[in-house]
Write a protein that binds this ligand. Sequence first.
Ligand SMILES: Nc1nc2c(c(=O)[nH]1)N=C([C@H](O)[C@H](O)COP(=O)(O)OP(=O)(O)OP(=O)(O)O)CN2
Ligand SMILES: [Zn+2]
Length: 132
Amino acid sequence: METRPAKKPVLVTEISRAFTFEAAHRLPNVPEGHKCSRMHGHSYNVEVTIRGPLDPRLGWIVDFAELTAAWQPLHAQLDHRTLNDVPGLENPTSELLAAWIFERLTFPGARVVKIRVAETCTSACTVYPAED
Ligand SMILES: Nc1nc2c(c(=O)[nH]1)N=C([C@H](O)[C@H](O)COP(=O)(O)OP(=O)(O)OP(=O)(O)O)CN2
Ligand SMILES: [Zn+2]
């Protein structure tokens, strides 16, 4: 009987890194009297996930430090700001903030597959690219 060597499974690999920033916001389009129409602040948690092939020698997609380097300019635009003042974030819901971040992060040789934004410990929004 013929025996074949076990096939190596084809794996999809993702790496993630979490970031935090502090910011104020108000939601301008909520109904009158909604608490979020008032200016208030959050300690935001953002998780960035990328997917790509492994560098055969280094054994990683990119250095985790590359995620931090890519996040840094966005952190500078968001941290200790009023989000409503940031171009493109006039209505800074978690959903629109996650999309804003998604549109601004690129990695050579890898693609962003998930951005998760948590305003509080119990509320978060995740965006993914639509299926090709
Ligand atoms: N789908 C969304 N709903 C809400 C958003 C949002 O971005 N997307 N944002 C808010 C406000 O920013 C609010 O500050 C957060 O609301 P909430 O999760 O209710 O936070 P609390 O800590 O105040 O929760 P309580 O359970 O009321 O204490 C609202 N909704
Ligand atoms: Zn809020």
